[in-house]
Write a protein that binds this ligand. Structure first.
Ligand SMILES: [Mn+2]
Length: 407
């Protein structure tokens, strides 16, 4: 029997939103600490991390130091960690060679970065934990992942675990046809597939005797629109009968984003009182306050005063006020603080005609492409020609239907 801890998408050093970057960075480290401490308490045999250890290849140097400190506790408990490179753990240097940076600072005999090039998988893509368990690791390889996995065939008598970092159709959310499919992976002789990349956790699934699990992240990534659970798994593996018990646990958050709606007419003080009533002592909060309703023309709502009043509460580190009000003449939507928010704009304006979901997906797709440095020009700010073309085609498809299928 083996006990294993599986987590991922820890995004250490995540700074967004910049107004509370320090709090956010601390919160990413606290979540990481919580999970590592659990591994030690539970005395697991080893830990697996499914990618995006760091949020960026250049985090604050204190972030790398903190990560090392937490991992040193793991090392002292003699618990090995097997991890892979997520899309946030990668960067490309001259000649398109892969550079490691932040993640490569994590060197110790107990930390194993399984990091094969696409062409090296599976030969250099695994580590034998011992004579019973083999851990395959495939980092983020963008559109190549599906093809790499199609060719892959584990040939051994061991209990095989695969760490991967991508969406998987049939298990996670999916935005494209080029992502690997769970059914295809389930044809291989794999017992457990640990999936990173999707920050929304998905309950484990057994397909053709392969257990798939995507735990999601340990911190709130976008800190704006989504509110996914933050989780990790503790696995109990019976390697002889190839049986796995998956126990999903919550990662507590000491910094929480809350959204709250108020009707027009509440005073800043009233809003503050309402919020004060619901906060807990040992936590910190960022509040997004939406004021909704109808106002007569000329009537003003003091968004900044509301934010200021709410920020007077000790545990509130950030408050933003958004207006969603109607007047007789024009519809207004004004935001204070961080400025224009595309998700909220889409949410507010597209609900009625059901385009909302489509537009959010398009935006997410563009954002995903922009977060992959392979798609970017030298400057690192804009998409290369080919990537632009791909994006345009995909968006065309989304708007006008799948043209290829009709041909
Ligand atoms: Mn991620």
């Amino acid at each position: 029997m083996y006990k294993v801890l599986h987590f991922g998408d820890t995004h250490l050093g995540r700074k967004h939103p910049s107004k509370i970057s320090k709090k956010r960075v601390e919160s990413s480290i606290k979540a990481f600490r919580h999970v590592i401490q659990k591994a030690i308490q539970e005395d697991v045999d080893f830990v697996i991390h499914a990618g995006d250890v760091f949020d960026t290849v250049y985090p604050w140097h204190t972030v790398i130091e903190s990560a090392k400190k937490e991992l040193q506790n793991l090392e002292e408990a003699e618990i090995p960690l097997y991890c892979i490179r997520g899309n946030h753990d990668r960067s490309f240097g001259q000649g398109r060679s892969l550079k490691g940076l932040a993640i490569e600072h994590l060197t110790s005999e107990y930390i194993h970065l399984i990091d094969p090039q696409a062409s090296e998988f599976p030969q250099n893509g695994y580590i034998d934990h011992d004579e019973n368990i083999r851990v395959y690791g495939l980092g983020y390889h963008a559109s190549r992942t599906q093809e790499i996995l199609r060719e892959f065939k584990p040939e051994n008598e061991k209990f095989n675990i695969l760490l991967m970092h991508d969406f998987v159709e049939g298990v996670t959310r999916s935005y494209s046809n080029s992502i690997p499919k769970a059914d295809m992976i389930a044809e291989k002789d794999l017992q457990y597939v640990a999936i990173g990349h999707d920050h929304e956790p998905n309950p484990e699934q057994v397909i053709n005797s392969t257990t798939f699990s995507a735990t999601g992240g340990t911190v709130d990534y976008d800190f704006n629109t989504t509110n996914f659970r933050k989780t990790f798994n503790i696995l109990e593996i019976d390697e002889e009968n190839q049986n796995i018990d998956v126990d999903n646990h919550k990662v507590p958050q000491e910094l929480e984003l809350r959204k709250k709606k108020f009707k027009v007419g509440h005073s800043p003080q009233q809003i503050r009182n309402k919020i004060e009533d619901e906060i807990q002592e040992h936590k910190e909060y960022a509040y997004k306050i939406k004021i909704q309703g109808e106002i007569s023309s000329g009537q003003e709502i003091q968004t900044q005063k509301i934010a200021d009043e709410v920020e007077k509460i000790d545990q509130v580190v950030l408050a933003d006020t958004l207006l969603d009000v109607k007047t007789d003449e024009v519809e207004m939507a004004e935001s204070k603080g961080e400025g224009f928010n595309i998700y909220e704009h889409l949410e507010d304006n597209l609900q009625q005609n059901k385009l909302e979901e489509n537009f959010i997906q398009m935006h997410e797709r563009a954002e995903n492409m922009l977060s992959n440095e392979e798609n970017l020009t030298r400057s690192g700010f804009s998409l290369q020609k080919q990537a632009r073309k791909n994006l345009r085609e995909k968006i065309d498809n989304q708007i006008f239907g799948d043209i290829e299928d009709e041909a």
